[in-house]
Design a protein around this ligand. Structure first.
Ligand SMILES: [Zn+2]
Length: 115
């Protein structure tokens, strides 16, 4: 059986700090990039309309954009941000399988959930 997977990405700019971390304990910022992939059946040639998937992802990351992420997540590591976005997008897409969420803190560092 063919597995059909579609993906979208978004970026957002946020500040954070990691409490008690020697280097990341001071408030600083990143341009985060999020990639989301979902798997599902083809309906009328689509798994999900890219516009719909992008709108959902944009809505989720807009909660973080130009905010101090510590106000939203206790220990906002790249891993915890990835987990929060994964859980939220999974809740929003009940009839599709969210198979991958990847959050880049910068081009050289990322955290990823794969199902
Ligand atoms: Zn950081």
């Amino acid at each position: 059986m063919i597995r059909m997977i579609v993906g979208v990405s978004e970026t957002f700019d946020s500040a954070h700090f990691l409490p008690n971390h020697p280097k990341c304990g001071k408030v600083h910022g990143h341009t985060y990039k999020v990639e989301v992939e979902v798997e599902g059946e083809l309906r009328d040639g689509m798994v999900i309309d890219f516009e719909d998937l992008k709108a959902i992802l944009r809505e989720i990351v807009s909660k973080f954009d130009h905010k101090l992420i510590n106000d939203l997540i206790d220990n906002p590591t790249c891993e915890n941000i990835c987990l929060a976005i994964f859980n939220e997008i999974k809740d929003r897409l009940k009839d599709l399988k969210v198979i991958r969420v990847k959050v880049y803190e910068n081009p050289n560092k990322w955290a990823e959930i794969r199902i």
